[in-house]
Design a protein around this ligand. Structure first.
Ligand code: HEM
Length: 142
């Protein structure tokens, strides 16, 4: 479902509180995904996946920074994430079913840190945003 003008406003508003915490919250979301969806660890065999490890922190920051880039280009998310889309589809070959799992974990982590700001409307807008990102990142699979 496409993001409405109001959804975009909600996402931009809440993202100003999220971007400064990219490393910590990104690493928490990954940690949660790796623990709750064990199969996702198989893509990261070279990483130290212990809670708070430097690998988790640096990768968590990369993922959240990519989301910030998408937030800065809400009218053209596929264009903003085109290179990442190539990477995930052609090189990494991440099963598309994993994207909603990470999206869910990101949403849970945001709800933990921003309980008051994550009202129903913002929750819905973020859900749509993360689905649009997943759609962009899996658009090149054949
Ligand atoms: C790499 C973003 C979902 C597996 C990356 C990178 C970014 C990124 C920014 C680093 C690219 C670079 O260094 O040039 C995202 C975003 C996602 C997402 C925004 C969805 C919200 C996933 C999922 C998986 C995955 C669901 C698998 C469960 C990987 C792997 C790498 C990677 C294996 C390479 C790591 C390495 O070699 O260090 N991703 N990703 N990604 N991603 Fe994703």
């Amino acid at each position: 479902m496409a993001l409405t003008a109001d959804d975009k406003k909600q996402v931009k508003n809440i993202w100003s509180h999220i971007a400064p915490n990219a490393e910590t919250w990104g690493s928490e979301a990954l940690d949660r995904m790796f623990k709750s969806e064990l199969q996702t660890t198989t893509y990261f065999s070279k990483y130290d996946l212990h809670t708070g490890s430097p690998h988790l922190k640096s990768h968590g920051k990369k993922v959240m920074d990519a989301l910030t880039e998408a937030v800065n280009h809400l009218d053209n998310i596929p264009g903003a994430l085109s290179k990442l889309s190539d990477l995930h589809a052609y090189e990494l070959r991440v099963d598309p079913g994993n994207f909603p799992l990470l999206a869910h974990c990101i949403l849970v982590v945001l709800a933990i840190h921003l309980p008051k700001k994550l009202d129903v409307c913002t929750h819905q807008a973020l859900d749509k945003f993360l689905a649009a990102v997943a759609c962009a990142l899996t658009s090149k699979y054949r």
